[in-house]
Design a protein around this ligand. Sequence first.
Ligand SMILES: Nc1ncnc2c1ncn2[C@@H]1O[C@H](COP(=O)(O)OP(=O)(O)OP(=O)(O)O)[C@@H](O)[C@H]1O
Length: 474
Amino acid sequence: MDPTPQSNTKSWSIYTRQEIISKYEIQTRVGSGAFSDVYKARRLSDDLTVALKEVHDYQSAFREIEALQTLQHSPNVVVLHEYFWSPDEDAVLVLEYLTTDLASVIRRAKKEWNGLSIGEIKRWIVQILLAVDACHRSSIIHRDLKPSNLLISADGVLKLADFGQARIRIAPGLVSIHDNIQPQNQESSVYQQQKSVAEPETMDLENRSNPTIYIPPGTIEEYGPSDEFKSKDPFDETDKDTNFPDADTSCLATCTTSDVEEDFLKSNYSYETNDGGVESGLLTSCVGTRWFRAPELLFGSENYGPEVDLWSLGCIISELFTLDPIFPGNSDIDQLGRIFNVLGNLNEEIWPGCAQLPNYRIISFEKVENPSGLASCLPNQTQDEILLVKKLLCFDPAGRATAMELLHDKYLNEEPLPVPVSELRVPSSSHGVDQGSSGSEDWGNHRDLGSDSDDFGTFNVTKGTGGDFSIQFS
Ligand SMILES: Nc1ncnc2c1ncn2[C@@H]1O[C@H](COP(=O)(O)OP(=O)(O)OP(=O)(O)O)[C@@H](O)[C@H]1O
């Protein structure tokens, strides 16, 4: 492929970064996401093929670096070889290069392979569970689990990637990058020590002895960031996800800014965002890709836990069985409606405490008299397979099985057993140049499925006296 920048390449800066091009030959762009461009490159010292991920968002870069450092020794998490961090430039992560992803496996299985064997499905599930278990054991919530973030090597090893939305709950005794961000006038010894590091940094992670307590020498202050970032806490949950340009035109429950643009309701209601979340230790509910987003996030929860990943896991496992997404919602409201149609309405009986969710009383749906049940979404699966999905796709987060529990599940440990990794069928590549946000064509196609207004018909917005409102769907 032509190694020079393409005319439709979004970012050119990586080609001018001396510290990078002196070590890597950049070959071509293989993918891009909401906050990044990813390039295939060759490490000049040993010809190793790597992925260079140029992250355009400061918070995402911080989160991804910290999570990957913590998970460095997990065989089912993408390897971070090193990263480049310099003033006024996007962070560049040097990752192991992986040729394809689970979205491509599912696409190929559907179109060309006439499905996946049970042994293959079980092996993919086991690998995903190992990745998620590694995260949760390290107090990391990934928050964006989906097939296109499950990358796969040419020899069938699945690796969880894209930790740009990860939330790290630091275990006692560990030091995080976050702890290391000091106010500009703080003169702590750690800060003083770090101030002596003035040059752009390259961190070689392969030669570190203790990745979990590694403190990178760079902080926001030392590198003189652009004004935009000077006052930012990289873990400020109220940043890009929730601060929309127009306070009167926000999303109802949870979404990215692009979701807001897509939301058919956006001009019909206003929504007061809940700020101050960081100081109070609350989390943003605006995480994850909608189809895989847990109900508590859709209802605006700000104190959720790793169970949000377990819901996503249930959606992924269901998709491995049927080769179609289980809840392909077109808006957050549509997403909830699809879930209710299958599981029934959310209420205190099913999940005691759900009425406390921020948006629970704001959004009211008509009662689904006859929910179809999960079995209807998995018509060709056995009882054990349906049960496996049921253990994850339940409203009450406390009722969801953990990744470790599922690894011991009878279903995964009985005949037919998971095939060896070497027997997995792996598409040769999912990467083309500039494939769009997911790097997989099917993802874009799925986005067109269904329509909000068709699913929900009319709705009424009632404004309360204190600026509150409710929306009734019929
Ligand atoms: N290690 C890697 N090896 C090969 N390709 C990769 C690698 N990491 C990412 N990619 C490609 O780049 C694309 C974007 O990467 P990634 O999902 O990490 O970025 P993002 O900006 O965080 O995305 P998103 O919008 O999904 O949050 C992926 O879909 C994949 O095609």
